[in-house]
Structure formats: C-alpha cells, structure tokens
Design a protein around this ligand. Sequence first.
Ligand SMILES: C[S@@+](CC[C@H](N)C(=O)[O-])C[C@H]1O[C@@H](n2cnc3c(N)ncnc32)[C@H](O)[C@@H]1O
Length: 347
Amino acid sequence: MRFTTLTKVTAGGSLPLLLSLARTFATPVYRAAFLAGASGSGVLAQLAAGPRDVDTLADALGITADRTLLRAWLDLGVQLGELSIDTGCYRLAGRTAKALARPRNDAVAAALEEVMRFHVPVLLNGPAMLGSSTRLTLADQDGAIIARSSRVIAAFVEEAVERVLDREAPLRLLEIGCGSGDYVRYAAELNPRLTALAVDYQPEVAAAAAADLTARGLSDRIEVRHADIRDLHLEPQFDLITMHNNIYYFPVDERIKLLEHARSLLAPGGRILLTTSCRGGNLSTEVLGLWFEFADFGGPLPDATELAGQLRQAGFEEVAVRRLIPGEQFCSFVAANPRPESRENRA
Ligand SMILES: C[S@@+](CC[C@H](N)C(=O)[O-])C[C@H]1O[C@@H](n2cnc3c(N)ncnc32)[C@H](O)[C@@H]1O
C-alpha cells in the first residue's frame, strides 16, 4: 500500500474506528451468535460426545441439504476459536463452547440463545418497529428456549416455593404458566400429598411439560392443561397458586383483573406465590422487560411496589415482598385470599 493511500484511509478516522468496532463489537457478537447456533442446533452436544466429520454431524442433525455449507459454517467456528479441526474431524476447542456443551449448563446455553434470538432483535429493530407500527408477538418467542433459560434462577424460585409450601397436609396447587413444569414437580416432590393443575398458554410448552411429568411418574398427581389462565373458570378450590416469571406476559392494565381472577380460584385462606424480575435489575432483565414492552400481548417488568399494590387492589391480604437474589430485583410476592371471617371482622 502506498503511503498516500494509507494517509487517505486513516485521515478521517473511519478506518481506526472500523478496526476498533471489529475488535470490540463484531467479533464477540459473531462468537455469541455462533455459540448460540451451535447450542440450539445440537452441534455442541454432538461434538461433546467426540470428534465428528461433516457427514456424521449432518446425519446426526438430520441435515440433508448442501453439506458444504455446514462445513463453511463449522470452519467459521474454527476461525472464531470455538472449534478445531484435525484430519477432517471437528471438535470443541473454546472454553465457552466446552462449558455450554455440558448438560448441567443447559439453562445458561438457553439464556445465551435467548439473548441472541430475542434480546438482540428488540434492540436492533425497536425504532423500525415503532416506525412501522408493528409489535412483537408470542410467535416471535420460542417457548421451549424460554422454558429452559428460566431455569437459570431455579434455585431462588425453589427457595421461594419451599418457604410457602406445607410439606405434609393434602394440598391443591394451581400453577399458572408452568413452562417446563419443573417448579410444579419440585412442589410435588416436597409434599407427597400435593395434587396440582398446571396450565400453560403455549401448546408445545404444555405438551413438553406433560410428557416430562408423565415420564417421571407424576401424571396421577399433576394434570397439565394447555389453557389461557384467563379462560380457566373453576370453583374456588386451590390452597396455593404459583406464578413464576410470567406476570409480564400480561399488560399492566390487565394485571389487577388477572390477580382477581387468580384469587377467585383460591379457597378461603389460600395463598398466591408470584416470583418475577422487577424493574431496576441487571441489563439482561431490563432488555427482557423492553422485549415485553414491545410485545402486543405483554407489558413491562413490574415495579415491586406497584405489583404489591395491585395484589392488594385485587383483594389479597398479608402481601409480603421478598428480594430473592441479593443486589438484584428478582422478588417473590406472597399474599393471602382473606377468609370470610377476616372480612367480617374488618367490616
Ligand atoms: C417465562 S415462561 C416461565 C415458565 C415457568 N413458570 C418458569 O418459571 O420456568 C412464561 C410462561 O407463561 C406462559 N403464559 C403466558 N401467558 C399465559 C396465560 N395467559 N395463561 C397461561 N400461561 C401463560 C407462557 O406460555 C410461558 O410458558
């Protein structure tokens, strides 16, 4: 390159800016996208079992289309340092790729997919969506990924369940938006006399939860129903209603009505346990909240004080808010459906 050319391209400062962008933004984004794709497609799991050539990998993944494209994609993974290739066989090379491939890190792998597939697009497309008056829909989400990634905070939700659950008495539980069904199962394991109805709005999510609970021999105690909770009209019968990580699937102005409806399903003295990320937490949960603000069905993450107030307006008593993760805004809300006598005493 001639010196004059070099001066020309560096003069305006755009080349250094481009190089700096490539290093600080583009490469990490490419790595994250590659890893999310490798995890979601099953490539990581395949390579965790051992080195694979393209054809073996393609067969295992059910890819019949042009395999040279799969090779090009894998070679990019090699260039990014996440894979290596030796005598035609690909293997895991990067520390993150190896860690994400471990089954015990499945929730983290799903969280990475959630960031790349849902969080990035809302940041990318937000202004354009406003310009074209379009909104995100439930179909823009993959319920299976969300159900898996929600497990990242499982230990904290389980602690909240432990605090509220009677371990011995027969107990009737309703779980709203059960996702994978893991928390209703956890409750059933804590109390062997518990029976439950678990509902989820997304058919594939409800079907997967039902299949998993059946495989674990719990179908006689836990019924999974594909239903919108707003359409579930039953006699007041539940001792406990749990609702984890889904209050933001409902618009703010519908939340009191939803909570009133939930209360109508509780027996007198029954309680609700709601866990949720609230506003003001880490960046990931803030972007999650933004996603739901851009959705045509949901709303922003709740403000903790506002949600406690909505529970009271819906007729609940003894509302207790607890921060579940130190330094974070992930909270549990426990509240009681008043017994008739407590109402009479107040009157
Ligand atoms: C983020 S996921 C959480 C799943 C699970 N509770 C957990 O914490 O792992 C929210 C779930 O709520 C369900 N959901 C949303 N709106 C619902 C409604 N109106 N009735 C029933 N389920 C609903 C969604 O289908 C989704 O599976």
